[in-house]
Design a protein around this ligand. Structure first.
Ligand SMILES: O=P(O)(O)OC[C@H]1O[C@](O)(CO)[C@@H](O)[C@@H]1O
Length: 552
């Protein structure tokens, strides 16, 4: 995106003008604003009317999308062109949920749809055999607990979905997740489990991720400490990876390896066999529903004109708030317990994708790209960080997400929850002026002096933007659609910012340095000369560690 273009300058001028206007006034001026600025796709509604946007703003943003050739890039993605330019890879998570339907997608002259169907069938077989009690552990007992070992995309997506769809759990199969190399987590997860009935899934696209391999080794030793039999590994370990050789070297039986491909990004991989723990938790048919929900959104994204295309609009409004209006953060606020991990999941999806500062050609870009994604359950946040959202000096646009139906029927809860969601979006928009504050305090017959002291503290400036996404319920189908909505939003933003959303070079340096430092933490080894802070920290750690080890 050329920041010197006339279009860009028009958007900057538009942003300057908009700083003088108010969202609530735009509602007063146009009773049709909600209808005009909301999109419904099946049972999902996106309301983006509470943003500081006008018809003119939207027109300019849509022009921006067109001049960035979003439609062309969208086709490139769906048809398997190598749009991950720094790694020379196709980006085809959409193919994983297109459910065959006779379609063909080629990567390097191979129709990948055959492989996708094959792996899906393998997943179905495993899921059904575990659910039927046919997959037995080393002592002949059926599997009761699944332990997924993986990190980043090999953890967050599956865990988020497992949590969100816990009410669809089948056959009392429990799924647990281990991601942290801090051994407290694995110790805690394994403590109550019976090794005879556990199936481990070692989930790693590369099969080189140290955290995962360290945990997998510990899990294997734990199993062997009970089974005393190397061959028990075949009954208790499967792997999901694009690196078959490394999985075999680790000791996973070839028939227990579920394949993924280099054209699936880790953070977009829950639709592949990385989603195995999901299928094992909710059953294969529900997993297919999840895929279908994403496919519904793919179809909407691929075929709907930009003007009414939900992922495109969500992306454009995000770019407006971030790049042009200067907000560098985005809060994700679900008002539904099931979605308690959704913001953590999106944090990786968005920040690893769009936290970049050079364009596809490697040139520095002079504008803001992806900002901080943060949040947690909205109602809890109200009693924690909403103070900052309402009265802090930074403006943080927020996405409110909720479902109409609640799986539990406790009286009064759902209405109270939703009333709060609606109220928060309103409060962020309208705020409360000093005049209104003074009126309220006067009505309480407070002395004038007290009113003068308090008034400024109670003012909410308002004019803070938000989107609201509602669905009828958190079902596999709706969740699939919701995730795909954000995936495509991320894609569109990356195209407009001209960055490569599908690599993650920014995580490499830290890994490299950790590998260099690791031997220096050994008591027998010297700490190499380097910056005094790092040397000081390692020195402190090693001294303390020595003392702790000596303690009885
Ligand atoms: O699945 P893998 O290869 O173990 O990688 C795990 C995660 O690590 C990252 O590469 C970042 O370090 C993520 O992109 C990825 O999801």
């Amino acid at each position: 995106m050329n920041s010197k273009s006339t279009l860009w300058q028009s958007l900057e001028a538009q942003a300057q003008d908009s700083q003088q206007s108010r969202i609530d006034t735009l509602f007063d001026e146009n009773p049709q604003r909600f209808n005009q600025y909301s999109i419904r796709i099946n049972n999902l509604l996106l309301d983006y009317s509470k943003n500081l946007i006008s018809d003119q703003t939207m027109q300019l943003l849509l022009d921006l999308a067109k001049s960035s050739e979003v439609e062309l890039w969208r086709e490139k993605m769906f048809s398997g062109e190598k749009i991950n330019v720094t790694e020379q890879r196709a980006v085809l998570h959409t193919a994983l949920r297109s459910m065959g339907a006779g379609s063909k997608v080629y990567v390097d002259s191979t129709n990948i749809m055959d492989e996708v169907s094959f792996e899906l069938k393998k997943m179905e077989n495993l899921t059904k055999s575990v659910h039927a009690g046919e997959w037995k552990g080393y002592s002949g007992k059926p599997i009761k607990d699944i332990v997924n070992i993986g990190i980043g995309g090999s953890n967050l997506g599956p865990q988020m979905v497992t949590e969100a769809l816990s009410k669809y759990q089948m056959n009392d199969i429990n799924v647990h997740y281990i991601s942290n190399v801090d051994s407290q987590q694995i110790a805690q997860v394994l403590r109550p489990l019976n090794p005879e009935q556990v199936l481990f899934i070692v989930s790693s696209k590369t099969f080189t991720t140290k955290e995962t391999l360290t945990n997998a080794k510990t899990a294997r030793n734990w199993l062997l400490a009970y089974s005393f039999d190397e061959s028990s590994v075949d009954k208790h370990f499967v792997a999901v990876t694009a690196n078959q050789e490394a999985a075999i070297d680790f000791g996973i039986a070839p028939q227990n390896i579920y394949h993924m491909w280099d054209w699936v990004g880790g953070r977009f991989s829950l639709w592949s066999a990385i989603g195995l723990p999901i299928a094992l938790h909710i059953g294969f048919d529900n997993f297919v529903e999840l895929l279908k929900g994403a496919r519904d959104m793919d179809n909407h994204f691929r075929t709907t004109p930009l003007e009414t295309n939900a992922p495109v609009i969500l992306a454009l409004v995000g770019i407006w708030n971030n790049t042009f209006m200067g907000s560098q953060a985005q809060a994700i606020l679900p008002y539904n317990q099931c979605l308690h991990m959704f913001s953590a999941y999106l944090q990786q999806a968005e920040m690893e994708s769009n936290g970049k500062s050079v364009n596809r050609e490697g040139e520095h870009i002079p504008y803001h790209t992806g900002g901080t994604i943060w949040g947690q359950l909205g109602i809890n946040g109200q009693h924690a960080f909403y103070q900052f959202l309402h009265q802090g000096t930074s403006i943080v646009p927020a996405d409110f997400i909720a479902a109409v139906e609640n799986p539990t029927a406790a009286k009064g809860h759902q209405e109270y929850l939703m009333a709060n969601l609606f109220a928060q979006t309103q409060a962020l928009m309208t705020g409360i002026s000093e005049e209104q504050v003074r009126e309220e305090l006067n009505a309480k017959s407070l002395p004038q002096e007290a009113i003068d002291k308090l008034a400024a503290h109670k003012v909410h400036q308002g004019n803070r933007p938000s989107n609201t996404i509602l669905m009828d319920k958190v079902s596999p189908r709706n969740l699939g659609a919701l995730i795909a909505l954000y995936e495509h939003k991320i894609f569109v933003q990356g195209i407009i910012w001209e960055i490569c959303s599908f690599d993650q070079w920014g995580v490499e340096l830290g890994k490299q340095l950790a590998n260099n430092l690791l031997p220096q933490l050994d008591a027998a080894n010297e700490v190499e000369a380097q910056d005094s802070s790092t040397m000081g920290l390692i020195g402190f750690y090693k001294d303390m560690r020595k003392n702790i080890k000596k303690a009885p």
